[in-house]
Design a protein around this ligand. Structure first.
Ligand code: NAD
Ligand code: UDP
Length: 311
């Protein structure tokens, strides 16, 4: 198949491209390189079945493809809050352009949505039926509400135009190729510990997250895309940890001598988050296989090499 991956030079997109190329598909990677890097896809450059297009999805584009994995959107709070109006445009205009493309060429369309559509959840763990607790005017809204509109658009194109959609709600994912400076918690703590700097826990560290290793997530993507389910389906690892526990694990793994310091909690920071993955198990036969301990080891090895820090 010929498959378009928007945001293909980013963290998740580049891992997805690896899987699709290994399965012998033709892959078009489309990216504006806001948070993506050529390095992430360098190893496919020059391959006859790989094509890279520098393009911003807030502008329309015409291509002939069979499937579209739509991932383009900055994912970390630092980056999506850098230009919030652009983030909304990417989620709304960008998703509309990609759905329009899917409609025109009758491609199957996969939307990378997020657990952030549940906001600061008061139902725990979060099943897909939960409608969320999102602040529409807060500093995270450009992303949370943007993704909620993106989901609405996907379902309206499905109902009105018969576009064949798949919607995944991704929970916090980590692994090699995360950006060192994007402020997400796993990459922050690992880079800090490797450099011998204090680990910055926001608030008292009692807020929780559930961390999925990237290879598990991508397996879930491919299963959903090739299933008969529209979703939305949660993909994430139900293993839930407080942020302080995560800091202690990384401190223990890298350097027990680094300090843990406490910083103010950002506005609207969700207090808890854990996926209910009953649907993924039932309909896709999917569940995560990589324990946090192992995934952290792979990620630490990557950052050690990337930052050129010897063990
Ligand atoms: P990322 O920032 O590494 O990748 C996003 C990619 O999209 C980058 O390559 C960036 O350059 C590109 N991009 C951004 N705006 C664009 C635009 N207007 N036009 C073209 N390209 C653009 O983030 P990621 O972690 O790989 O996330 C990928 C997708 O998964 C995003 O849609 C994100 O919302 C979603 N997601 C990720 C997580 C996670 O834990 N990583 C969790 C929930 C949802
Ligand atoms: N966090 C932290 N220290 C950091 C970076 C993040 O304590 O250096 C916290 C953050 O406040 C949040 C959690 O870790 O409670 C996860 O943050 P991230 O930005 O990775 O993901 P999200 O909040 O979008 O789930």
């Amino acid at each position: 198949m010929r498959i378009l991956v928007t945001g293909g030079a980013g963290f998740l997109g580049s891992h997805l491209i690896d899987r699709l190329m290994e399965a012998d598909h033709e892959v078009i990677c489309l990216d504006n390189f806001f948070t993506g890097r050529k390095n992430n896809i360098q190893h496919w450059m020059g391959h006859p079945k790989f094509e890279l297009i520098r393009h911003d999805i807030t502008e329309p584009i015409r291509l002939e493809v069979d499937q579209i994995y739509h991932l383009a959107c900055p994912a970390s709070p630092i980056h999506y809050q850098y230009n919030p109006v652009k983030t909304i445009k990417t989620n709304v205009l960008g998703t509309m352009h990609m759905l329009g493309l899917a409609k025109r060429v009758k491609a199957r369309f996969f939307l990378a949505s997020t657990s952030e559509v549940y906001g600061d959840p008061d139902v725990h763990p979060q099943p897909e039926e939960y409608r969320g607790n999102v602040n529409p005017i807060g500093i995270r809204s450009c992303y949370d509400e943007g993704k909620r509109v993106a989901e609405t658009l996907a379902f309206d194109y499905y109902r009105q135009n018969g576009v064949d959609i798949r919607v995944v709600r991704i929970f916090n994912t980590y692994g090699p190729r995360m950006l060192e400076n994007d402020g997400r918690v796993v990459s922050n703590f690992i880079a800090q510990a490797l450099r011998g700097k204090p680990l910055t826990v926001y608030g008292d560290g009692s807020q929780t997250r559930s961390f999925c290793y990237v290879s598990d997530l991508i397996e879930g993507f491919i299963r959903l895309m090739n299933s008969d389910q529209t979703g939305p389906i949660n993909i994430g690892n139900p293993g839930e940890y407080t942020i302080l526990e995560l800091a202690q694990k990384i401190q223990h793994e890298i350097n027990p001598d680094v300090d843990i310091v406490f910083k103010p909690l950002p506005q609207d920071d969700p207090k808890q988050r854990q996926p209910d993955i009953t649907k993924a198990k039932t309909y896709l036969g999917w569940e995560p296989t990589v324990p946090l301990q192992d995934g952290l080891k792979h990620t630490i090895d990557y950052f050690r090499e990337y930052l050129n820090i010897s063990p």
